[in-house]
Design a protein around this ligand. Structure first.
Ligand code: NAD
Length: 242
């Protein structure tokens, strides 16, 4: 028996990286997985591999959200879980960030997460069941130079708590996950020197495989987490614990 047997789970940004890994792990646990992204070819590949379905979903578009969620409910009859995973990173600081980039980053990471929650929440409320997992970052727990990224990830953490308090009485849970250095393109794009420096600062002395975040996401989606809501789970090898 899988931990997500027959649950209908939508994951954003699931064509690669952590989202794709979580899609695979959810399918292994028996879920019917809806893979979404803007990278169509990769997204279709992941969906085919796991026996799921792919929908193009740019998380910044509220009408796209409405359409995709409507299609899921009409073909599966319900939706049990949403993982707001899609995200982008830019290193720009307060000294060099421009307004356009700031708006783009917050549009995807923050506004996209809001739209996802706002679109599925009425359905989960009606069902009196559901789990939303928002992927923030350790940059949502403390200061970091990348100003737009930090703004968006603190916002995700705050919105998680807001939605958790609103939805708790309907048996709908909302939690945030805060990864540290995870081995995906987002980390590798920082360059070897930066990655090495970051990893040296991790008390566990290593970066993490995407599966190590995925295990936490699967737990939060599952009924094992039935009383866990409004929580923030850091997955960082003790990087920010000191
Ligand atoms: P990644 O770059 O491999 O994956 C991000 C995914 O989001 C990609 O598939 C991309 O196409 C998708 N995406 C980007 N813009 C989108 C949009 N407008 N609509 C829909 N999808 C879009 O990186 P990842 O590490 O897998 O990132 C997953 C999440 O984890 C992100 O929210 C990221 O901020 C967070 N995170 C990553 C790390 C890390 O070290 N990798 C650390 C902390 C937090």
């Amino acid at each position: 028996m899988g931990r997500l047997d027959d649950k209908v789970i939508l994951i954003t940004g699931a064509a690669r990286g952590q989202g794709a890994t979580e899609a695979r792990q959810a399918a292994e646990q028996g879920a019917r997985v809806i893979v979404t992204d803007v990278l169509d070819d990769l997204g279709v590949e992941v969906a085919n591999e796991i026996g799921g379905t792919y929908h193009r979903l740019d998380v910044t578009g509220s009408s796209e959200w409405q359409l995709v969620v409507k299609e899921i409910v009409s073909s599966h009859g319900r939706i049990d879980g949403l993982v707001n995973n899609a995200g982008i990173f830019r290193p720009d600081t307060v000294l060099d960030a421009n307004e356009e980039d700031f708006e783009r980053i917050t549009a995807i990471n923050q506004h996209g997460t809001f739209l996802g929650m706002a679109t599925v929440a009425p359905i989960l409320k009606e069902q009196r069941a559901g789990s939303i997992v928002n992927i923030s970052s350790i940059a949502g727990m403390r200061g970091h130079q990348a100003i737009a990224y930090v703004a968006s990830k603190w916002a995700v953490r705050g919105m998680t708590k807001s939605a958790a308090t609103t939805l708790a009485k309907y048996n709908v849970r909302v939690n945030s996950v805060h990864p540290g250095a995870i081995e995906t393109d987002m980390l590798f794009d920082l360059g070897t020197e930066t990655v090495d420096r970051l990893v040296r600062a991790v008390p566990m002395g290593r970066s993490a495989k995407p599966e190590e975040v995925g295990n936490v996401v699967i737990f939060l989606l599952s009924d094992d987490a039935s009383y866990v809501t409004g929580a923030e789970i850091v997955v960082d090898g003790a990087l920010i614990a000191g």
